[in-house]
Design a protein around this ligand. Structure first.
Ligand SMILES: NC(=O)c1ccc[n+]([C@@H]2O[C@H](COP(=O)([O-])OP(=O)(O)OC[C@H]3O[C@@H](n4cnc5c(N)ncnc54)[C@H](O)[C@@H]3O)[C@@H](O)[C@H]2O)c1
Length: 434
């Protein structure tokens, strides 16, 4: 048995987690709760201080859980990259955004790989968790790590393991979501498997990092394409005067070969709008054009414009122009019951409506301020007065805490972009896809 395997199994291995964000912080807490000493590294001093003080800034990690592992001396955070040499296994959870032209921006991954190379220790296991195109672990991370003069499979181990974290999901978390691992060599895969089996019930080894990298992107492309399909169907249903919501509910009764996806004002979050572009970009290197990815992106990215057009039409039939109209947006997070506004279609909606001269305000109990190009907006209270003074109330994100009946009762016009009012008949409700 390798020394590292022994250390992991006896829980005497120290785990380094680089990037304490939506992915890294829950992972750090999970390893700590499993009894490991964890060193969290982040470039943001604010986040490091918050972790050390037991203050959580990620909704899926409660302050109580964080405080417990910090108080038990299991989790400590630092900005000092060189301290990674104290660790036995390092999970890299840094951002993988896109450039302005929607090309992969691997600068965080390369920067971090260089930091690790400076302090790489014999026997360490390095696992990249950030979502990226197939080939990143082998072509980008490995050469940087080997610039340390240590050799993979001989002196250190390297694997890719995609994060499948779903913010706000109360049913599936780290423990009961199978974890894919693909190492550069078989020992790397085996060590990664032993590592993650400490916190996940099922670990699925695959033959190489490229399979693991492609698996993650395929999962997100699958969602993006199916959401685009239903977004297109919603537009057709509107033209044909058929309810897309009723169609989806009816189709969902089929016990095999179908799973429901729902239309909406667009896609958001740090994964689905971005990750498919990583594959589309890499595919071009192989003279290949990923047409499904492009088509899905085109349809999904047009949805905020389509919703604005729907709002304009709804106001118009009530003798009101969008220019000068008061529009109250409900929900700015990219999906219900989370506080994450990254790539949120509500932000795009707010911007587009403002650009057309609407006086836009918003309510979101999870996000009290948003930044737009014209400045900052603050969430307004969800009062009868604010609802009734708006010319149109837009349900952009259907947070569970919204009392839909109350919203309808006090609003002149509700544009429902999420199907939150489905089944309800009221002349003042206009629903996407009907
Ligand atoms: N958010 C999700 O739901 C989700 C789900 C699955 C996969 N992912 C993927 O996981 C990765 C991380 O995403 P996230 O949502 O946690 O991002 P995030 O922005 O919430 O967190 C990333 C953290 O990394 C830190 N950081 C950046 N460079 C660093 C460096 N060199 N050293 C140390 N810390 C550094 C940042 O300060 C930040 O705190 C991305 O590749 C993303 O695509 C995210």
């Amino acid at each position: 048995m390798l020394k590292l395997e022994e250390k992991i199994r006896s829980k005497s291995a120290k785990i380094g987690i680089v990037g304490l964000g939506y992915v890294g912080l829950p992972l750090a807490v999970a390893f700590s709760e499993a009894g490991f000493k964890v060193l969290g590294v982040d470039v943001q001093r604010r986040r490091v201080d918050a972790v050390n003080q037991g203050q959580s800034y990620i909704a899926d990690v409660s302050a109580e859980r964080l405080q417990a592992v910090v108080a038990n001396n299991l989790l400590q955070a630092t900005t000092e990259q060189s301290r990674l040499k104290e660790t036995d296994a390092i999970c890299i959870c840094v951002p993988t955004p896109l450039t302005k032209t929607k090309d992969p921006d691997l600068s965080y991954v390369t920067h971090e790989s260089k930091e690790i190379a400076k302090c790489l220790q014999p026997g360490q296991l390095i696992v990249l968790e950030s979502t990226t195109y197939p080939g990143t672990t082998r072509e980008v991370v490995l050469p940087i790590l080997e610039s340390s003069k240590l050799r993979v499979g001989v002196d250190f181990y390297l694997a890719y393991s995609p994060e499948r974290f779903d913010p706000g999901n109360k049913k599936h978390g780290i423990r009961n979501t199978p974890k894919i691992v693909g190492g550069i060599n078989s020992q790397s895969t085996e060590l990664a498997q032993v590592l993650y089996s400490q916190i996940a019930e099922t670990v699925v080894p695959v033959s190489c990092p490229e399979v693991a990298e492609m698996t993650k992107i395929f999962e997100n492309v699958f969602r993006s394409v199916n959401i685009a399909l239903v977004n297109e169907l919603a537009q057709l249903c509107h033209n044909m005067n058929v309810s897309v919501w009723e169609v989806i509910d009816a189709a969902s009764t089929k016990p095999f070969g179908y799973m429901p996806f729902y239309p909406g004002p667009g896609i958001g979050g740090h994964c689905i709008p971005l990750d498919p572009y990583y594959l589309a970009s890499k595919a071009r290197e192989f003279d290949f054009h990923t047409r499904f990815i492009e088509l899905a992106a085109e349809i999904n990215e047009r949805m905020p414009y389509y919703v604005v057009f729907g709002i304009m039409e709804a106001l118009n039939t009530r003798g009101k122009g969008l220019n000068g109209a008061r529009v109250l947006i409900l929900g700015v997070a990219y999906k219900k019951d989370v506080e994450d506004v990254r790539e949120s279609p509500s932000l795009k909606l707010t911007q587009l409506l403002s650009d057309k001269g609407a006086k836009v305000s918003y309510n979101d109990p999870y996000t009290l301020k948003i930044k737009l190009s014209q400045g900052e907006l603050t969430s307004v209270a969800l009062t009868k007065e604010n609802l009734s003074s708006a010319d149109c109330v837009v349900i952009a994100t259907d947070h569970s805490c919204y009392d839909v009946d109350e919203v309808i009762a006090h609003s002149k016009l509700v544009f429902d972009a999420r199907g939150a009012t489905r089944g309800l008949k009221d002349n003042n409700i206009v629903r996407l896809g009907e």
